[in-house]
Structure formats: structure tokens, C-alpha cells
Design a protein around this ligand. Structure first.
Ligand SMILES: *[C@@H]1O[C@H](CO)[C@@H](O)[C@H](O)[C@H]1NC(C)=O
Ligand SMILES: *[C@@H]1O[C@H](CO)[C@@H](O)[C@H](O)[C@H]1NC(C)=O
Ligand SMILES: *[C@@H]1O[C@H](CO)[C@@H](O)[C@H](O)[C@H]1NC(C)=O
Ligand SMILES: *[C@@H]1O[C@H](CO)[C@@H](O)[C@H](O)[C@H]1NC(C)=O
Ligand SMILES: *[C@@H]1O[C@H](CO)[C@@H](O)[C@H](O)[C@H]1NC(C)=O
Length: 260
């Protein structure tokens, strides 16, 4: 009798815990250029269709689609957002899977894809198309009562490595963008997890330097140096994207473990 009561209580407890968890949608904004859209597994503008295990769909991983509806997330995550390129594997799905895999308290993960191939940081300044789109989608995602915006994952900069003037302006524009975004989504300390570029064209080091030393609170940088690229020498392979997704998830978990 006592045993079955205890069992019942455990069942009830896990039931309510499950409900409490499923009610929290942990929202992550995804922005930047093609490596964030994800061109892993794309060769000659064709995606090979291979979805690594770490990028598998999961009913607890949702994405805000182009019509602003929450749907179950599947690769290619950016297919309906970055429509000018052929998308493949990016860091978003392995990031989300890794979070769910390493924690039990998280509830749902809501990904908000907003990346677009081939843009410079000046195209993300307040008032631009991409900026407005990002803010609009971020607000639409957070409108739900139980949605909590946790961080933005940011992977950009290659297009700013070609001209010296762009590379030199990178740091200031990056800081301005992050500051404006935080203000416009109403989260002054919004966590930003960004990627330091491994290579670019002429002035990679200047952009990298800015990314590695953002001089802004709550900006965490993970380094893409050493990750394998496709033969185009321009985009991370699918397995590199999986690795990067895990690095970003670890960076996130480390941040919340030191602040809570
Ligand atoms: C991609 O295109 C190039 C040039 O057209 C060709 O040499 C190469 O074999 C193609 N690669 C694949 C995997 O189809
Ligand atoms: C979750 O982690 C386990 C243990 O590391 C691993 O075997 C499994 O493939 C992971 N699942 C996903 C979806 O990444
Ligand atoms: C796609 O490319 C066209 C032509 O270059 C451009 O006008 C349009 O803004 C692009 N769309 C997106 C979503 O980037
Ligand atoms: C930078 O690189 C591009 C192509 O990668 C080249 O066309 C351009 O001339 C270079 N510019 C400078 C100033 O080095
Ligand atoms: C993609 O990321 C890799 C690794 O950081 C970098 O070398 C490459 O320049 C990036 N490409 C683009 C188009 O951003």
C-alpha cells in the first residue's frame, strides 16, 4: 500500500514536472550569413540530404517558420528563410539536440532562423531589412506567454574581410548591432554566442580580433579555427556544423551554470 502510494506520488510528480517543462519554450535567435544558414552537405548547389544523428528532429525542438508559426524543426533549418541559396546542415539543430541531451530541465527549444547568405555587418545595422526582419521574428517568437528568449547565436563576418574599410569598421558595427538589438527586443543583457571566423579573404585577422575581443558584456565567442571546410574553402561541412553546434551548446550551458 505504502509502496503503491509512493509510486503514485512519483508518477504524479514526474507528470507535473513534465508539464512544467513542456510549458517553457527556450527561444534562441539564429542570425548571420551562410555558415549560420548552414551549407553543410551542399556541393554544387545540391544538398546531399544526409541528416547526421545529432541533427535529428525531436518533438521538443521547434522552429519559427517563415509564416511565423511554430513547427517541428527539421533540416535544412533555414530552407524557408534563406531562399536564395541551397541550404543544408547548420549549427542550429545540433545545438538544440545537444542542449536537450545534456540537460533534463530545459523543456522545449524554439529556434528562430534569421540568417541570410552573403551579407556584411552593415546589412545588420538598425533599420536595415535583415535587422528589421530579425527584430520582428524575435518579437513574434516571444509573444507566447511561456517563451523566454535565452540567446542569439551569431555567425557572420566573412563578407567583411575583403575590404580594409569594412574590416576596420567591424568591431564598432558589431557592438552597435548587438546593443540596438538588445534594446529593440527589450532584453538589455541578452546573451550573444558568436563564432570567430577561421578564414576569409584579405583581412580575416582584423575581423577575428573583433570577434575574440567583443568588449561588450554577455558576448561569448567560440572559435571555428580548426573546423573542416568543404572543398569550396568557404563553408563548414556537416560534421563541422555538428561540432560547432555542440561547442555553442556547451558555451550556453557554461554561461547559465555560472550565472544561476
Ligand atoms: C561540382 O562541379 C564541378 C565543376 O562543374 C565538377 O568538377 C565536380 O565534379 C562537381 N562535384 C560534384 C560532387 O558533383
Ligand atoms: C545524445 O547523447 C548520447 C550520449 O552521448 C548519444 O549517444 C546520442 O547520439 C545523442 N543524441 C543526439 C540526438 O545527439
Ligand atoms: C535574393 O536575391 C535577389 C536578387 O539578388 C534579391 O533582390 C533578394 O533580396 C534576395 N532575397 C533574399 C531573401 O536574400
Ligand atoms: C581582397 O580580396 C579580393 C578577392 O578575394 C580581391 O579581389 C581584392 O582586390 C582584395 N582587395 C584588397 C584591397 O586587398
Ligand atoms: C564559414 O566559416 C569558416 C570557418 O570559420 C570560415 O573560414 C569561412 O570563411 C566562412 N564562410 C562564410 C561564407 O562565412
Amino acid at each position: 500500500m505504502a509502496k503503491s502510494m509512493a509510486l503514485l506520488m512519483i508518477m504524479a510528480l514526474s507528470y507535473f514536472t513534465a508539464i512544467a517543462n513542456s510549458q517553457v519554450k527556450n527561444i534562441f535567435l539564429l542570425a548571420g550569413q551562410s555558415n549560420m544558414s548552414g551549407l553543410g552537405g551542399v556541393v554544387n548547389n545540391t544538398w546531399d540530404g544526409i541528416v547526421p544523428l545529432e541533427c535529428s528532429p525531436n518533438p521538443a525542438i521547434l522552429k519559427l517558420d517563415a509564416k511565423l508559426q511554430w513547427v517541428e524543426a527539421t533540416e535544412p533549418l533555414h530552407a524557408d528563410i534563406d531562399t536564395n541559396v541551397t541550404c543544408g546542415i547548420g549549427p542550429g539543430m545540433p545545438f538544440a539536440n545537444s542542449l536537450l541531451n545534456k540537460t533534463s530541465f530545459l523543456g522545449e527549444v524554439g529556434l528562430v532562423p534569421c540568417a541570410m547568405a552573403g551579407n556584411r555587418i552593415s546589412q545588420w545595422q538598425k533599420g536595415t531589412f535583415l535587422y528589421n526582419q530579425l527584430v520582428m521574428r524575435a518579437k513574434a517568437a516571444a509573444v507566447q506567454e511561456c517563451g523566454v528568449t535565452r540567446a542569439m547565436l551569431w555567425y557572420q563576418g566573412e563578407s567583411d574581410t575583403t575590404l580594409l574599410s569594412n574590416a576596420n569598421a567591424y568591431k564598432g558595427k558589431m557592438q552597435q548591432f548587438f546593443t540596438d538589438l538588445r534594446s529593440d527586443v527589450g532584453i538589455p543583457d541578452l546573451l550573444i554566442i558568436q563564432v570567430a571566423l577561421a578564414s576569409g579573404t584579405n583581412y580575416t585577422d582584423i575581423v577575428r580580433e573583433a570577434q575574440l575581443n567583443p568588449d561588450l558584456a554577455n558576448v561569448v565567442t567560440v572559435d571555428a579555427r580548426g573546423l573542416e571546410l568543404h572543398k569550396d574553402n568557404l563553408h563548414l561541412t556537416a560534421s563541422s556544423q555538428v561540432f560547432l553546434g555542440h561547442m555553442m551548446a556547451d558555451a550556453y550551458l557554461q554561461t547559465i551554470s555560472t550565472t544561476s
